[in-house]
Design a protein around this ligand. Sequence first.
Ligand SMILES: Cc1cc2nc3c(=O)[nH]c(=O)nc-3n(C[C@H](O)[C@H](O)[C@H](O)COP(=O)(O)OP(=O)(O)OC[C@H]3O[C@@H](n4cnc5c(N)ncnc54)[C@H](O)[C@@H]3O)c2cc1C
Length: 391
Amino acid sequence: MHVTIIGAGLGGLCLAQGLRQLGVSFDVFEKDEAINSRAQGYRIRIDETGQLALEQCLSPQHYALFLRTCAVAIPPVKTVDAQLRPLEEKWVDDWRDAKANTRSDLRVDRALMRAVLMQGIEERVHFGKQFSDYQECDNKQVRVCFEDGHQHTTDLLVAADGVYSRVCQQRFPAHHIRDTGYVCAYGKVVLNAHNRRLIAAQLRTGTSVVFEKNIAFVVDCMEFEKPVEVGAMSMPQDYVYWALIGSSHAFGIGAHADLPLSLPTLRQQLSHVTRTWSSEVQQLLELSADTEITLTPVKAAVAPAPWLSSSICAIGDAIHVMSPASGLGANSALYDAKELMSALRQYPTKDLVQCVADFEEKMLAHSFSAVQSSDVGTRQLLQAGAEEKCS
Ligand SMILES: Cc1cc2nc3c(=O)[nH]c(=O)nc-3n(C[C@H](O)[C@H](O)[C@H](O)COP(=O)(O)OP(=O)(O)OC[C@H]3O[C@@H](n4cnc5c(N)ncnc54)[C@H](O)[C@@H]3O)c2cc1C
């Protein structure tokens, strides 16, 4: 059996590692020219679900390497108002640190985590290969076509190509992704000596969450203990990650604004949103390098109507994108990778399409519950009233 994975994000690479453990032949095709060719977020919280999935898809030595690249553990989340005064009774149920008897979240740098997940499979991950479409052949195989004219035949095609998945557009043409009406801006400030002096101590230790009506601001300090060799990638410098999430109305950009905003407009909107906030928050935003700031619309998948399984399936954001408020998207992508790997363990005793069906049943139950939780988490985070529920 040969598996073709489209997309070398966290889900696609974790699945590739799982297949490597199983001894199944695979190839990963990624449209970007290189692993580091564009910024893709900075900090990801890996909860217990994600940790268990990684543990199963990676060898023990590889999982130990992953653990060594995580940021230093920090005290529990502080909840504050826009003047950075402590707030009681503000919480988002899905934040795992609040729950007893579960593993604490790990905090990882997304780019570094991808580099860790590339280890040992470099030759099977092909960059600069943009998927275009596929054809199902009479012999049950799938012909996969790329924008550069290259074609490739496989037994199982896995869409791991993120929110605007082209594979899913062809496989599930009725699949609907809704615009939640929220947007998320994020960025980072490197903790060099100069910035350490300028950033308020409260914002460069642990995690702080500012709760305001219709908008929330998350600040997370990422410090790394010791340098670890991860292929050609060096450990990132310590940094402060921030994310501002809120209704497009609260951002003052209108529900139908053309995104992405130009950098001067984005900077202007960030200053506008935080104009009455603590000067320490404003300072943090000002210190963020232009290249590090991004604003993205918050999308959420609508649970699809049942379908007949085939040799084409999907994992991660490709099939169940969700709001980042609860920190469940990447963890769900890792869960999918683990479940697909487990289902394929039954092959050839079980028919390949039956293995896919077993996987899809678990993926749908788990992930669409995570999409719903993320909607609830968004409302809790933004303290949105019933009239402002995600549409
Ligand atoms: C600000 C922010 C913070 C977040 N924080 C968290 C968090 O703390 N915890 C958490 O669990 N989740 C978090 N998320 C969500 C998380 O980032 C996503 O759910 C996760 O990255 C999805 O992984 P994926 O592998 O499915 O897709 P992606 O990571 O999007 O990877 C898809 C890959 O496919 C490639 N691709 C796309 N089209 C093609 C094509 N046609 N051909 C070939 N390749 C293609 C892309 O270039 C990309 O590399 C956050 C999201 C945001 C925006």
